[in-house]
Design a protein around this ligand. Structure first.
Ligand SMILES: NC(=O)c1ccc[n+]([C@@H]2O[C@H](COP(=O)([O-])OP(=O)(O)OC[C@H]3O[C@@H](n4cnc5c(N)ncnc54)[C@H](O)[C@@H]3O)[C@@H](O)[C@H]2O)c1
Ligand SMILES: CC(C)[C@H](C(=O)O)[C@@H](O)C(=O)O
Ligand SMILES: [Mg+2]
Length: 368
């Protein structure tokens, strides 16, 4: 197959980890006889520096014409002082909105050889396999422009949702639960927020259409606690934009590192932007020590969701598992006294495992 992929490296470690994923995608193309053309565009602080805006029109246009998009990360202290409309993060929010990518799938599944890498007890995290589905284009992030009033002494952020925006993400969550263990946890703050009360009503309405899926409601504060104390109770979790942002970083602890988590930001027709859950990690940028696996696993999600390449996606996931089994670890992972390996060595190990092993023993559908 021929596919055209837009690369948006962005800022901080973004370029390093996207480069790793590109090496893996090239290896997949070679191994399976595909042609992936890749074209880089600017976003975030990188775009502010080059074009004076975090989301140039040329980037949006290229993304609209792409088969899929792979993003690194945006932001960093360099742009702390820029006006609100030039914040690097606006570029990321802007491209998600421009492409209508309302569903953010954040699978949280630990690799066997990393069980010990979590600060949580192995008995707690063993077998945890959660899909967090985060609404991505509404809520507090996109309310009528935030503003300062009273000489800067009062602030307004607006949490707004339309019924349809809630319905489509809740439908997506029920459908995903059907493909997994048929258990859906809806997370809200219905004891306080009117938006959460509408959300809960819609979940109750929708569950009539999915009688085979067990549904529970949890308030977000309790959900945050249970995610750490009893993660195995969860299958699919669905929640609004900001709750999903926070809960997914928290859930990454189950896997050993925030650097491990991939994500798919998609809409109903298969269009997708694939991005690790973490940010630009300015504290380690440029040092060759970033964990590339969240981005490499995001590339696997791209192959599965946007290109329908299940075998190829599973081959990447298997290669990552083997790389970890062989003991390769970036510094964010507990090395158990072993050697710390850099971004490039980890990437090389994944590529090596992809190319030397037969694909017949692939673990299909490891993530979503
Ligand atoms: N999707 C995105 O582009 C995205 C996501 C989150 C944060 N950000 C932005 O990133 C900047 C930094 O934010 P932050 O420090 O709060 O969050 P962060 O996710 O960048 O980093 C949090 C911690 O995790 C570590 N970390 C993250 N990814 C890692 C990886 N792949 N390998 C090893 N360690 C990793 C970092 O070193 C840091 O200690 C901010 O400007 C923020 O807005 C962007
Ligand atoms: C950088 C920021 C706008 C972004 C978000 O909150 O969506 C990030 O934290 C993420 O999780 O992708
Ligand atoms: Mg986040």
């Amino acid at each position: 197959m021929n596919k055209h992929i837009i690369l948006l490296p962005g800022d901080g470690i973004g370029r390093e980890i996207v480069e790793s994923a590109v090496q893996v995608l090239k290896a997949v193309a070679g191994e399976f006889g595909h042609t992936f053309t890749m074209e880089e565009h600017a976003i975030g602080g990188d775009a502010v520096d080059k074009f004076g805006t975090p989301l140039p029109d040329t980037t949006v246009k290229a993304c609209r014409n792409a088969d899929a998009i792979l993003l690194g990360a945006v932001g960093g202290p360099k742009w702390d002082g820029v006006p609100a409309d030039r914040r690097p993060e606006k570029g990321l929010l802007g491209i998600r909105k421009a492409l209508g990518l309302f569903a953010n799938l954040r699978p949280v599944k630990g690799f066997p050889s990393l069980l010990h890498a979590s600060p949580l007890k192995e008995s707690v995290i063993e077998g945890s396999d959660i899909l967090i589905i985060r609404e991505l284009t509404g809520g507090l992030y996109f309310g009528t422009p935030s503003e300062r009033r009273d000489n800067g002494n009062a602030v307004v952020d607006t949490l707004a949702y339309q019924r349809e925006e809630m319905e489509r993400i809740i439908d997506k969550a029920f459908q995903s639960a059907r493909l997994r263990r048929r258990h859906l946890t809806s997370v809200d703050k219905a004891n306080v927020l009117e938006s959460s009360r509408l959300w809960r009503e819609i979940v109750e309405e929708k569950k009539q259409d999915y009688p085979d899926v067990a549904v529970e409601h949890l308030l977000v504060d309790a959900a945050a606690m249970k995610l750490i104390t009893n993660p195995n109770q969860f299958d699919v979790m669905v929640t609004e934009n900001m709750f999903g942002d926070i809960l997914s970083d928290e859930a990454s602890v189950l896997t050993g590192s925030l650097g491990m988590l991939p994500s798919a930001s998609i809409r109903s027709d298969g269009t997708g932007l694939y991005e690790p859950v973490h940010g630009s990690a300015p504290d380690i940028a440029g040092q060759g020590m970033a964990n590339p696996l969240g981005t490499i696993l995001s590339a696997a999600l791209m192959l599965r969701h946007s290109f329908g390449m299940e075998t190829e996606a599973a081959a990447i996931e298997r290669a990552v598992r083997e790389c970890l089994d062989q003991g390769y670890r970036t510094a964010d992972l507990d090395t158990q006294g072993g050697q710390v390996t850099g971004t490039q060595q980890v990437t090389d190990a994944v590529v090596e495992n992809l190319t030397v092993k037969s694909v017949s023993d692939s673990i299909c559908g490891m993530f979503v």
